[in-house]
Design a protein around this ligand. Sequence first.
Ligand code: HEM
Length: 209
Amino acid sequence: MVMVKRRPNSTLKFTLAVFAGAPFAWLVYLISLEIAQPTSGLGPDPAEGLLHYLGEWSMIMLLVAFSVTPVRRIFKQPLLARSRRMMGLFAFAYVFLHLLAYIVLYVELSMQQLLEDFVERTYITAGIAAFFGLLAMAITSTKGWRRRLGQNWLRLHKVIYLVVPLALLHLIWLRKDGFADITLYILWFVILLGERAYQVRKSRQAATV
Ligand code: HEM
């Protein structure tokens, strides 16, 4: 029998992919419960249940993707660098499904309703702006785009520093009560920003020595 030995990089990538795909697999299970017996999987209002589930995981995956570089530096795990794109694409996939659920179940494919929401509801404006930021990053995440854009690629991907606050604003503006998870998300984001600011300062100091 031929033994296939996994390289450490592919084992790490596989583990992270399982972690990032698990909420989606769980959602498929919840939907199957829902189909078998209405309101048994996604709660009393299944459309709202689906939208909130995907929204919550969009936020978490976004922060996980934003954590890859600081975690790689703090725990000295260079292999993590190769999973950054994959985690970013997972975050994008959850946001895309969240947006799709909103378009199909909330505005029922009405472009006019979507535009009205975009203009009248600030949390929708922030959500859509965050989505387009992520879309630009997802499209240009390939090696080809990286080569073509050169230094501008790095500039473009700094849009993540806008995407995460926009996503947080979306959440703050739509929530009416219960801010415990939002506080945790903001704290998580501030810690990651702190680590990044520290690294920038350190490399500037090293350059002036
Ligand atoms: C990075 C992008 C986004 C993130 C992280 C995100 C996150 C979330 C989260 C966590 C919730 C649940 C809120 C709660 O439990 O109270 C939510 C709800 C919602 N999101 Fe998003 N979202 C994003 C983008 C969008 C976009 C692009 C749209 C639509 C254009 C959208 C529309 C909604 C709606 C309609 C709700 C439910 C509001 C309600 O309960 O009345 N989101 N979102």
